[in-house]
Design a binder for this molecule. Structure first.
Ligand code: PDD
Length: 281
């Protein structure tokens, strides 16, 4: 199917015919969760890990998974295209109530929506990107992939209006992640990323990178990173399913190292691309 076909509550429809009620709790409250799963040439990348995170997000907001993994696969498969790389966006909300009321409705069936878009290689890979550091003004459940993204949106917009690709979020002096990405830094030759917990999303790309580091004897650690330490890093990367591994070459007004994507990024990006290819051959 083409990217204009979407799945909504049991039906495949053209995007412009997919409609939900204004009383949907996703619309009224952002009462829902989502996933973004890459599909390379029709193969879902780390499907089980995305499903596991989906299940954790759902149980954190006390929603029952409407489908088991086999049923999810059955829903997603017709949307996959072997001739391109896609990102599959899926969203589940607490469904439609008869009125606007903060309390959970007694009976609703969740709204399930899936759409696809093409993954286009990130344009600024060779030159790297700029980032700003800003206070992390989000809530306490950043491990939940909630559709309620107002803080992330405001912080990302602040970065973009300063000519930057991403805002790096800082809580009590320590770096958490980007508005839509995890963060890695190379400090004293060691690849470091903040530990998992409720302050960051457990990124699938993050975990793949840690696995690659382990298998290739690249020294790494999952540890806290202060903003002061980040400012001394020789490399900073941002990672996500849609943008993969993006090198940051300027943080606030300071150029990082020689202002070019660093040597460990070159190595990791090569290993990551090879891993990706191998995952669907
Ligand atoms: N976002 N942290 C946040 C806050 C994110 O929103 C994302 C991804 C990540 C990286 O996770 P992963 O490697 O599993 O994509 C980290 C997606 C792509 C989005 O919101 O569109």
């Amino acid at each position: 199917m083409d990217n204009k076909t979407v799945y909504l509550n049991g039906q495949y429809l053209p995007l412009n015919e997919a409609k939900i009620s204004v009383l949907d709790r996703g619309f009224l409250f952002g009462d829902g969760i989502y996933e973004v799963i890459p599909s390379y040439s029709g193969h879902l990348f780390h499907f089980s890990e995305h499903m596991e995170r989906l299940e954790n997000s759902l149980s954190s907001i006390r929603l029952v998974n409407p489908y088991d993994r086999a049923q999810w696969l059955e829903i997603l498969t017709p949307l996959l295209d072997t001739s391109r790389d896609q990102s599959i966006y899926l969203q589940i909300t607490r469904g439609v109530d008869s009125k606007r009321d903060h309390t959970f409705p007694e009976k609703t069936s969740p709204t399930v929506f899936v759409m696809c878009s093409n993954i286009v290689p990130f344009a600024k890979l060779d030159s790297g990107v700029k980032a700003i550091s800003v206070d992390d003004s989000r809530w306490e459940l950043c491990n939940v992939k909630a559709t309620t993204l107002l803080a992330n949106i405001l912080l990302r917009q602040q970065a973009v209006e300063k000519g930057c690709a991403e805002a790096i979020l800082v809580k009590d002096g320590y770096v958490t992640e980007g508005t839509a990405s995890n963060i890695f830094a190379v400090i004293d030759g060691i690849l470091i990323t903040p530990p998992q917990g409720h302050e960051i999303l457990p990124g699938i790309t993050r975990n793949v990178i840690l696995d690659i580091a382990k298998k290739n004897n690249i020294p790494y650690s999952e540890d806290i990173i202060s903003l002061d330490a980040l400012q001394t890093a020789s490399e900073i990367w941002l990672t996500s399913s849609t943008r993969e591994i993006i090198p940051v070459v300027q943080l606030d007004n300071e150029i990082i190292a020689d202002g070019k994507p660093g040597p460990l990024w070159q190595t990791m990006n090569r290993l990551f691309q090879a891993y990706k290819r191998a995952s669907h051959e």
